[in-house]
Write a protein that binds this ligand. Sequence first.
Ligand SMILES: O=C(CO)COP(=O)(O)O
Length: 141
Amino acid sequence: MPMNIALIAHDRKKDEIVNFVTAYESVFEQHRLYATGTTGTRIMEKTKLNVHRFMSGPLGGDQQIGAMVATNEMDLIIFLRDPLMAQPHEPDIIALLRLCDVQGIPCATNIATAEILVKALDRGDFAWRELVHKYKPGVDG
Ligand SMILES: O=C(CO)COP(=O)(O)O
């Protein structure tokens, strides 16, 4: 069953997320992909994947993805944050991560965790999320 996956990367992590998504394109193509604006554009330029793009992060994209997390519609978040540079929208970033913890949504904030989660996704470890899709009206699947 396709999962809803959010892909987000800060500027100095964008090459990393593009390379990562390219490497696992055969996995990602089986799912519904969402991204903040610039990250989504970069991924679509370099892959054949279709990505639903929200606003750019500083303009509210993290909050739009957070809204899907709040309603339990997002199944996995890959958010390559830049831990060495202050972001103007830091409160939005913290809010998104907090909502992942509220809902218990797997969220990778670095490439090592992202790789483990995508491998888990590929071998079916996200089957428990199918129950959420099944019993939650409005979440398709
Ligand atoms: O700032 C971001 C996440 O906090 C990412 O936004 P962009 O993908 O639009 O650069």
